[in-house]
Design a protein around this ligand. Structure first.
Ligand code: GDP
Ligand code: MG
Length: 205
């Protein structure tokens, strides 16, 4: 079904926003989560993967949304939009609540295949970013790295930033993806190499 640039995502339905662990929906064969600092383009990337349709609200201004947003994909998989992290101005209590929710979710979801960790390639990787990847590895959840906003840099600067970021990253099972949710550069590769094979697994189960 995938390959040759065809989008393997045939249907998407927003299911629910989850604010506490007891609200989590029952598990499906395959689940993929998406994480990133606020404003990296996580919502834009989800929309780019979903095709032309605008399912996910793109914020002109980052907000303190603390929910996990569940999208049913091809009827048999969940994509989960995790709350953005790294709000400089977020109150400590909000950050602690976010951590409890996210850690409770990440450590208790058998169908979770991994987390797409999205970074803004213009910015270097910070302690929170490296911390996320190392945390995922420590709880045996696969981290996949996506550098977004590639369109914002010249190719020289882009390559320099990718090289720099890779030095900071721990060893990964997959090479980082370089994309632009805006121009759609790299989106087909992300679908063909990662997302579509995972969705295909759900069909075989
Ligand atoms: N130039 C450019 N802008 C982007 C890209 N992805 C997202 N944006 C913009 O970055 C801002 C934050 O995007 P959003 O998807 O809401 O980020 P989120 O907070 O991580 O969900 C919006 O103004 C988007 O239009 C990209 O690949 N290139
Ligand atoms: Mg968002």
């Amino acid at each position: 079904m995938s390959g040759a640039g065809a989008n393997c995502i045939k249907s998407v339905e927003f299911v629910k926003s989850v604010y506490s662990l007891k609200e989590l929906p029952g598990e499906l064969p395959v689940e993929i989560a998406f994480a990133g600092r606020s404003n990296v383009g996580k919502s834009s990337l989800l929309n780019a993967l979903f095709g032309r349709r605008k399912y996910v609200k793109v914020s002109s201004r980052p907000g303190f949304t603390q929910s996990l947003n569940f999208f049913l994909v091809n009827k048999r998989s969940y994509f989960v939009d995790l709350p953005g992290y790294g709000y400089a101005k977020a109150p400590k209590k909000v950050i602690q609540q976010w951590q409890r929710l996210i850690e409770g979710y990440l450590t208790n979801r058998d169908s979770l295949r991994g987390v797409v960790c999205i970074f803004d390639i213009r910015r270097g990787l910070g302690d929170l970013d490296i911390g996320l990847i190392n945390y995922l590895k420590s709880i045996k959840v696969e981290p996949w790295v996506v550098f977004n906003k590639a369109d914002k840099l010249s190719s020289n600067k882009l390559n320099a930033n990718i090289k720099q970021a890779k030095i900071l990253l721990p060893s990964l099972s997959m090479e980082p993806f370089v994309v632009s949710a805006k121009t759609k550069t790299g989106i087909t590769d992300l679908l063909d190499s990662l997302v579509c094979p995972l969705l295909a697994e759900a069909d075989d189960l």
